[in-house]
Design a binder for this molecule. Structure first.
Ligand code: SF4
Length: 502
C-alpha cells in the first residue's frame, strides 16, 4: 500500500548497515529539533548511490545522494528551520503534496514508468498488501495472461510461469516456494532493488504463488552479510503471519553463496540443502516436480514475484495485455557511472533506458548478455532472444573509439568469467568455455579461428546442461555476429577502438 505524508519529511533510502547509521543520525537531529519533522526508512528508488536522502516540504523535494551521517543531520536541521536544503542537491523537484511515489521523472534519479516499481524509494518497504485473490483464480489469471518469468535464477526464466505452477500443484509432496534473491549477476540490480525497496510486494507475489500450489512455506534465499534485507524480509514475514487471514505461508530466510553459477535455480536448491559441491541438476524433472528436499518447488526471482503481485492486483493495466508476447514491464539496470534500474514497458525500445546517453554498442542482458550496436530492440524477452541478446535485465553501454571500449575485450572478459565460474558438471560448458577463451586470446597473436569459435559457441548454447553454459556462449556468439571486423582487425594487429595494446 502506498503511503504519503504532507508533514516535513526526510526519507533515508538505504539497504546496508552504513545506511542505517545515516537514518539514525537523521532521527537524532529530528528529535533535537523543535519542528515536527518525520524521518522515514525507505529503500532505493532505483539508484545505487545510497544512502539517498530525500527532504520534502510542501510539495518540494531535494535529493542528496551518497550522504554521510553528519550531512544527514545538517539536512534535517535545514528542514527544521523551515527550508528545503537545495544547496548541493543532486536534484530538486516540485510535486503534488500528497505524492505517493518517488517524484523524479527525468534524469539519473528517475526509474522509468514505475509500475512494478511504484512506491520504491518513497514508501515503507515492509508495507504489506496481499491480494485477496484465491490461488486457483490467480493461477487461471496468470495462465490467461501468459505472464513470463523474469531473470537469471528464476526456474521459468523467460517462460510462462503458470505451467510450472500447475505441475507443482499436481505433484506428490508438500510444495514450497523459493525466492531466489541472491542478486548474483554483477550487471543486474533488479532483484536487490525489489527485495530492499518493495519487500512486501515481492512477498505478496510469493504468497499468491504459495496459495496457487498449496504451499505452506516460503524460503527467501539471500546472500551472506545482508542484514538490512534480511530484517525487511523477516518483518514482512511477521506481518504476513498477522494479516493473511487464510493462514498464509510462513516465511524464512536462508543464506546461500551468491555467484552467477550458484544462482542457477537447481544449484540454489543444492546449496539450500547444504551440499558441499554445488552443481546444476539434470532435468527433467524440473524443480517444480522435484525440488528442495524432493518437494515440488517453485523457484522465482523477486522480479517475477513482483510482476505476479501486480498482475493479480491491477489486471486492467493496459500493459498487462494477454495478446502481448511478454505482458507487463521489464526492469533494466543501466550499468555506468549513474548506475540505475529503470522500468520499461516490454514494447519500449532499450534505448529509452539510456535517456540520451551516448552508446556506440552495448552488452544487453547481464553478465552473459549479447553485444549489439542496435539499441532499438524492444525490451520483451521474445524480442531480445530473437535478436540474440540476453534477457536478464541490464544494458551496459559503451562508447567505441578513443578512451572508450573494445568489443573484443568485452567478449573476452565475459568468456573468461564463464571459464572460471562454471560448475564443471558438463563438457560443453566446462571444456567449451576454456577453449573459447584460449581461441579469443589467440586472436591477439594473429590467429582468428572464426569457424572453430562459431562451432564452440553453437555447441555451448545448444548442448550445455543448464542455463549458465547456454547463456555463457552469448557474448562470444554476438561478437562473432556483429563485431567480426573488429576481431579480424585485432588478428591483423590493430584495435579499432585504440584500447588494446597490440
Ligand atoms: S552448463 Fe556449465 S554451469 Fe551448467 S552444469 Fe554444465 S558446466 Fe555446470
Amino acid at each position: 500500500m502506498l503511503s504519503s505524508s504532507t508533514a516535513p519529511t526526510v526519507r533515508v533510502a538505504f539497504d546496508t548497515p552504513a545506511g542505517r547509521s545515516v537514518l539514525e543520525a537523521a532521527r537524532r537531529a529530528a528529535g533535537a529539533s523543535a519542528d515536527d519533522v518525520e524521518v522515514r526508512a525507505v529503500g532505493s528508488p532505483g539508484t545505487v548511490h545510497l544512502p539517498l536522502v530525500a527532504v520534502t516540504r510542501a510539495g518540494r523535494t531535494a535529493l542528496h545522494r551518497s550522504v554521510d551521517p553528519n550531512e544527514a543531520a545538517a539536512l534535517v536541521s535545514v528542514l527544521a528551520d523551515g527550508d528545503v536544503p537545495v544547496d548541493g542537491a543532486d536534484e530538486v523537484v516540485e510535486h503534488d503534496e500528497s505524492a505517493g511515489d518517488f517524484p523524479v521523472r527525468d534524469g539519473p534519479l528517475s526509474a522509468g514508468v514505475r509500475r512494478t516499481l511504484a512506491g520504491a524509494g518513497w514508501v515503507d518497504p515492509t508495507a504489506v498488501d496481499v491480494p485477496t485473490v484465491d490461488g486457483t483464480d490467480a493461477l487461471d489469471a496468470l495462465s490467461s495472461l501468459g505472464l513470463r518469468g523474469r531473470g537469471w535464477g528464476d526456474a521459468r526464466q523467460d517462460d510462462p510461469v503458470a505451467d510450472a505452477w500447475r505441475t507443482a500443484r499436481d505433484a506428490d509432496g508438500d510444495p514450497v516456494v523459493v525466492v531466489n534473491a541472491l542478486d548474483a549477476d554483477p550487471k543486474v540490480d533488479g532483484d536487490r532493488l525489489l527485495v530492499g525497496s518493495l519487500t512486501g510486494r515481492v512477498l505478496a507475489g510469493a504468497t499468491v504463488a504459495a496459495r496457487a500450489v498449496g504451499a505452506d512455506d516460503v524460503v527467501v534465499a539471500l546472500p551472506e552479510d545482508e542484514p538490512v534485507l534480511a530484517e525487511r524480509v523477516r518483518a514482512v514475514g511477521d506481518a504476513l503471519d498477522e494479516t493473511d487471514g487464510e493462514a498464509g505461508p510462513s516465511v524464512s530466510v536462508a543464506v546461500a553463496e551468491a555467484t552467477y553459477m550458484t544462482a542457477e535455480p537447481t544449484a540454489l536448491l543444492e546449496s539450500l540443502e547444504g551440499n558441499d559441491r554445488i552443481e546444476a541438476r539434470r532435468r527433467p524433472p524440473g524443480p517444480e516436480a522435484w525440488g528442495l528436499f524432493e518437494r515440488p518447488t517453485l523457484v522465482h526471482t523477486p522480479r517475477t514475484l513482483a510482476a505476479v503481485a501486480r498482475a493479480v492486483t491491477t489486471p486492467d493495466d493496459p500493459d498487462l495485455d494477454p495478446e502481448a508476447a511478454d505482458p507487463g514491464t521489464r526492469l533494466v539496470t543501466v550499468v555506468g557511472p549513474d548506475r540505475r534500474t529503470v522500468e520499461l514497458p516490454t514494447d519500449a525500445s532499450l534505448s529509452r533506458a539510456l535517456a540520451g546517453e551516448d552508446a556506440s554498442f552495448a552488452c544487453v542482458g547481464g553478465q552473459f548478455g549479447g553485444l549489439t550496436r542496435d539499441l532499438d530492440t524492444p525490451a520483451s524477452a521474445p524480442a531480445l532472444r530473437g535478436a540474440g541478446l540476453g534477457t536478464n535485465g541490464s544494458m551496459e553501454a559503451f562508447v567505441a573509439g578513443s578512451g572508450g571500449a573494445c568489443p573484443v575485450v568485452v567478449a573476452g572478459r565475459r568468456t573468461r568469467v564463464a571459464r572460471e565460474q562454471n560448475c564443471g558438471r558438463c563438457v560443453p560448458c566446462r571444456t567449451g568455455s576454456v577453449r573459447a577463451h584460449e581461441l579469443l586470446r589467440d586472436v591477439y597473436d594473429g590467429e582468428f579461428a572464426d569457424d572453430r569459435l562459431r562451432e564452440l559457441a553453437r555447441t555451448m548454447a545448444r548442448t550445455s546442461l543448464c542455463g549458465f553454459g547456454r547463456d555463457a556462449a552469448r557474448p562470444l556468439a554476438t561478437a562473432l555476429e556483429d563485431f567480426e571486423t573488429d576481431l579480424r582487425a585485432h588478428a591483423d594487429g590493430r584495435c579499432p577502438a585504440g584500447v588494446c595494446d597490440l
